[in-house]
Design a protein around this ligand. Sequence first.
Ligand code: SF4
Length: 358
Amino acid sequence: MRAEGSQDERDVTFLLAGKRGVCRGVRRALDLARETRRRHPDRRILLVGELVHNPGVNRDLREAGIEIAPDPWAGGAPPGPDDVVILPAFGVPLPLLARLEKAGSLRVDATCGSVTAVFRRVERHVREGRTVLLHGKPGHPEARAAVSRVRPEEGGRYVIVRDRGEAEVLGDAIRGRLSREEFGRRFAGACSPGLDPHRDLGRIGMANQTTMAARESLAVQSLVRAALADRYGAEEAESRLAVFDTICRATQERQDALREILREPVDLVLVVGGHSSSNTANLARIASERVSAYHVEDAGGILSAEEIRHRVPSGEIRITRGWLPPGPVTIGVTAGASTPEGDVREVMDRIRTLARAR
Ligand code: SF4
């Protein structure tokens, strides 16, 4: 953790998280994308969805002539042998990968090694005959890519649980207290089509989307273990639940560094990063449990000393008035794993300017 402030700026002191911003996996993905553009100046380059969840980064890639196509077969010409296709840091679902192989395009794989580790873990759970429980966000590209490794079309089963609230509902299903219909309703779009809660929740293998909050993950794990213990007895529950923590190191380090800041007397915390970035949103959620926290995409979110545009934990984008308290203020600052350091500096510069003008 590092404090920044000076006599001239005595109204604002920043406490910067020691670990923040761009991680190794994101840096590698960016290097690969730039290198691909350099090596193939005349070929069409398609990127399957966003490389990382940062609007500035994706804008730069578009400006470099890289087309961002969540579904390369929707819209423009389909990918062919003359095209280059970049797979994002989150990985892509297996059926999409198979279609790309068939299309014969040159593939550049920017999938992060930590994400690949999740895929391997999911596959192992399936081989062991377990239903995969993924602690993650059902619509997130990494979660979709991970559960595709379950191969539901071949009988694999999965359920995605977002938080401890959903883990409690899953616990009810494990205890046999939830009807099939209610389970289907509660986990619509978050479980494999053929999953039968009365048949398939007796042997579970848990993994995490890499960017989830570690404490939430532990809570999910204990709720599921408790439900299995109620149903089968404590001893048997141990063999019925296999857990592997697949939260990546970069996510963990950023959460730990933020907790260090939260031990200090900060007035508020700013979390800088894309509003669709899962790890950034989790940092904001952790901070908001202790102090006023604002998740801004970049300096553009600091509308004035009075107003700030930010994402709240429910996902809503909101404009809040009166965010910057009068008088001397200490602001904790962190940034998600896809946020360039320049964005953090711009946010701080903007606040300094506004504070001087007050
Ligand atoms: S946040 Fe973790 S999983 Fe995602 S790119 Fe960075 S290191 Fe890889």
